[in-house]
Design a protein around this ligand. Structure first.
Ligand SMILES: [Zn+2]
Ligand SMILES: [Zn+2]
Length: 266
């Protein structure tokens, strides 16, 4: 009886080992690839977003805390921006979903990453790549920046900070500021400036080297900090300048008719 029990247990153990050895490597491989893909540094997915060599569609998962849902005009502007620069022939979809309020007000990269790990639902799948954007009800822990691209497919917009700084000066609306910060962070996910998308010309800001030196450009450093750029303070929405656009096109982005004159075929 004792022998039988042992041999049964042994058999069960051996059988589990065999099934594990058959199944685990596949699951493990998928898990590692998945984790590795979405846990690279800012700009690492630039060409994957810009061209359609591997990923032919994009889903943007926007999650927000109650009271900080991006305005419809912001979402429309985002869709237009992505469709202007990204080659995604099978479409770009934007999903919006509310998540529970975050108890902590000051959020650093680790806090934001923890929230993403709990709530994010969309990852790479077949030929679809995904982007995760979080609109929080908090501020950055350093209380200086309004948004941050903190991974190769992830960015955060600090809603409380946007609310506070958009009221300054009378002209700058909440929507202009949230749109500018959102698109600036997406510019970083697209590898600007010189962080994943190589330079075609010298336009790096020496004072802040992942930003553009053009004070009118969306990728100028003062678009995402509380010391806002003068364009924003006047209530104008900054756009990408031709030098940033040329970089995107050279890295596989869509060549819009306006820029055919300036960029050689590649
Ligand atoms: Zn920036
Ligand atoms: Zn620029």
């Amino acid at each position: 009886m004792h022998t039988n029990r042992i041999s049964f247990s042994t058999a069960l153990f051996v059988s589990m080992l065999i099934s594990c050895s058959k199944i685990l490597p596949v699951n493990e491989k998928a898990a590692i690839d998945f984790h590795t893909f979405h846990n690279r540094k800012m700009g690492a997915s630039a060409s994957e977003f810009l061209n359609d060599g591997v990923y032919k569609s994009l889903v943007v998962e926007i999650q927000y805390v109650a009271g900080f849902k991006p305005q419809q005009g912001t979402v429309d502007y985002l869709k237009n921006f992505l469709e202007t620069y990204l080659r995604k022939p099978r479409g770009i979809n934007i999903l919006l979903k509310e998540i529970p309020s975050i108890e902590q007000n000051a959020l650093n990269k680790d806090h934001v990453l923890t929230i993403e790990n709990v709530y994010r639902t969309r990852y790479i799948q077949h030929d679809q790549i995904s982007m995760y954007i979080l609109f929080t009800d908090g501020v950055h822990s350093g209380n200086k920046i309004l948004g941050m691209a903190y991974g190769n497919t992830s960015a955060v917009v600090y809603g409380e900070a946007i609310r506070k700084y958009s009221n300054k000066g009378g002209r700058l609306t909440h929507q202009v500021l949230e749109t500018a910060v959102l698109l600036h962070e997406i510019g970083h996910l697209l590898g600007l400036v010189n962080k994943g998308t190589p330079l075609r010309s010298e336009h790096v800001d020496f004072a802040s080297n992942d930003h553009c030196s053009n004070k009118s450009c969306l990728m100028y450093r003062s678009v995402e900090v509380k010391k806002l750029s003068s364009i924003l303070r006047q209530g104008n929405m900054p756009v990408l300048d031709s030098l940033c656009i040329e970089d995107l096109i050279a890295n596989g982005g869509k060549n819009t008719p306006d820029y055919e004159l300036y960029v050689k075929p590649f």
